[in-house]
Ligand binder design. Sequence first.
Ligand SMILES: [Zn+2]
Length: 210
Amino acid sequence: MPTQSLVFLGAPASGKGTQGRRLAEFGGFSYLSTGGLLRTALREGTALGKEARPFLDRGEYVPDEVMLPMVIEWLGALKGAAILDGFPRTLAQAEALDTAYLEMGHPLPHSVFLDVPDEELRRRVTGRLECVSCHWVTSRGAFEVCSKCGGKMAPRADDEVVRFENRLNEFERLTFPLVRFYEERGRLTLIEALGSPEDIHTELRLKILL
Ligand SMILES: [Zn+2]
């Protein structure tokens, strides 16, 4: 039974949900997805769900005063270590999380950053890129430049892409500073998460569980 909890950090579409769940199952961690908690709250129409809905509808993160009490309550009821996906998302949340662990007398959490370049994230989300000049569309591939006219390739501007870009901006602004926060405290492992899900899982096991 692991004793130190893990915070999974990664941009949207970095694969942290899939990898976090899989490592939790393999290593005997409890697993917290704040996305899952929020979806349940929305479905059941709880007070939290009502507060959170406008932020989620805009593709924004739910603010600390809504998220913090819910997560702290979940952690307090927990036996053993957990993998946290989607929390903390801000420096304030990371500090509050450390405080909560100290108060519970548990080891402070370690963090794992799944590092994926933005263009790869966009390719995963959109699955296709469109030339801004001639509107030629290509499926998944590593094209930065249009092979027809040499124009710039960009994700198609549909609703899904707009929501993704909002979440990516929020990640870079609010969550990316956490990478430095944990690094400065000697509690960060960086994983270059570009390989197959199988390879990334293996690397996580080697770097985190041994
Ligand atoms: Zn073109």
